[in-house]
Design a protein around this ligand. Structure first.
Ligand code: ZN
Length: 479
């Protein structure tokens, strides 16, 4: 009897011994207890999240010859300083190409304020979830976040091996579970991060090839997959512990939110909605309104819808015309769907969006998640015509465009207006035909010629209203 009790007690103790290591032991092994600030740098590849050529294609790769994170764990702040170069050529998919093929891109976060630096200006970042995720998924950030969350250490099996796991998160931004090997080194993190298309987007980050720098352990390989696609892949070559990291929110940062909504009349009943990074259009039909583009997310689209209703009272906004799937252009479709507005998008996108919208959105539930509505779609082929007898609005697919396989222009034949996203952006006024023309713009021109579109005015999704001569010159044509 006594023996039996001892054995039973021993059996009970065994699993306890197996995870006797506490978070304190993990912190010691990783050297996290010594780290107040850290700077680490390397090089690798960056992938443009949500910018594929087709709904199921991998996200486009860019070169990342310089990658440096400076983190102050005490103040919860981080600067991400990168140099981005062209990736695979010709580029397929979206993502902002680096100007002149090589561009420095800096972003930062301090507490709940995130920003991006472009030239001398700092702009508020669209959301801080990704930046918070990057900060706290840094190798020592994981340990510090788990310590702050007072996470218990539990065991789990990954690929047949037993690992110690801890959990932590940041309200409204992400939730994460990290696992450590028998030497108490961080091996991976499974997380969900708030995303305007997916709601909760799953991310797996893997850490390997540990070396000792400044007396602390640091993985020299960090790879991440987001929603099942590669999103980051870096090799770390230098780590400095406790370097100066006095990170401050830039003084000249503009305020966030939905941004300015500037309604500009482009023709009778046709409004160009500018004022932000992405424009929209409102087109008045007999008894309803068509909206072109629901970009970014709830903030922008709610502000746009409000202005449209004020400008065109008494007519419901029935349909939103989506130029293409890239997340910055489709991130506000959920907000439109939450108000019962039907989404017109390329047929291949419908299944993708239905699956994405069926996912959970628990981290930072948006208007769609809260509405309980189910998005309605118009599935587009190469051409779709909206008409009520008095006005005609055509959507044409830019067949063969590498930017995205479901990229549409919106054409108003009577008004001779063309709206175009990304294949042409009116950011600079040209005085002569462009000498180098990318595939996306060249293909736009070929499609305009093929479809024989008679255009006078271009209302681009990026940039300001211009005459057709500008698009012609950007395409390398004589105006
Ligand atoms: Zn795009």
């Amino acid at each position: 009897m006594r023996l039996h009790v001892t054995l039973a007690a021993g059996l009970l103790i065994l699993p306890t011994l197996a995870h006797a290591d506490t978070l304190g032991d993990i912190a010691k092994a990783m050297g996290a207890d010594k780290v107040k600030t850290i700077e680490y740098s390397g090089a690798g590849n960056l992938y443009a999240v949500g910018q594929p050529e087709t709904p199921t294609a991998a996200w486009p790769r860019f070169g990342l010859p310089e990658y440096k994170l400076t983190i102050n764990y005490g103040t919860g702040s981080m600067i991400q300083d990168t140099v981005v170069t062209f990736g695979d050529q010709p580029a397929r998919g979206g993502g902002r190409p680096p100007s002149n093929g090589r561009e420095q891109r800096v972003s930062g976060i301090s507490g709940d304020t995130g920003w991006n630096v472009q030239g001398p200006n700092a702009n508020p970042s669209r959301g801080t979830a990704g930046l918070k995720h990057a900060l706290w998924l840094s190798p020592h950030g994981v340990v510090k976040a788990a310590l702050a969350a007072k996470s218990p250490v539990t065991m789990r099996s990954v690929g047949g091996k037993r690992f110690k796991t801890v959990s932590f998160g940041s309200k409204g931004a992400f939730q994460a579970t990290a696992w450590f090997d028998k030497n108490n080194l961080l091996r991976g993190v499974d997380s969900i991060v708030a995303n305007p298309v997916y709601g909760d987007m799953p991310v797996r980050t893997v850490y390997s090839d540990y070396k000792t720098f400044d007396g602390v352990k640091f993985p020299t390989k960090i790879k991440a997959m987001s929603a099942g696609y590669p999103s980051l892949d870096v090799t770390i070559s230098a780590v400095t512990v406790n370097a100066a990291a006095d990170i401050k929110v830039p003084e000249n940062m503009r305020r966030g939110g939905g941004g300015r909504v500037a309604m500009q009349k482009a023709a009778d009943g046709v409004w160009f909605i500018a004022g932000g990074s992405h424009n929209s259009l409102a087109i008045e039909m007999k008894d309803h309104v068509l909206l072109v583009e629901a970009p970014l997310g709830d903030g922008r689209v709610k502000a746009v819808l409000k202005e449209v209703r004020k400008t065109i009272p008494g007519k419901p906004i029935r349909t939103v015309l989506n130029t293409h799937l890239h997340f910055d252009h489709s991130g506000g479709l959920r907000a439109a769907a939450s108000e019962g507005i039907t989404i017109a998008t390329f047929k291949d996108n419908v299944k993708f969006l239905q699956a994405a919208y069926a996912g959970k959105d628990t981290l930072s539930p948006d208007a769609y998640a809260k509405s309980g509505k189910k998005a309605k779609f118009i599935s587009l082929g190469d051409k779709h015509v909206f008409t009520d007898g008095s006005r005609t609005v055509e959507m044409h697919r830019l067949v063969g465009n590498y930017h995205n396989n479901g990229l549409y222009v919106i054409y108003l034949p009577k008004e001779k207006i063309l709206s175009v996203a990304d294949a042409y952006s009116a950011r600079a006024i040209l005085k002569e035909p462009a000498k180098r023309v990318g595939q996306a713009t060249k293909n736009l021109w070929d499609n305009i010629t093929r479809l024989n579109l008679d255009v006078e005015t271009v209302l681009p999704i990026h940039g300001s209203k211009v005459g057709f001569d500008q698009l012609k010159m950007a395409s390398g044509q004589q105006p």
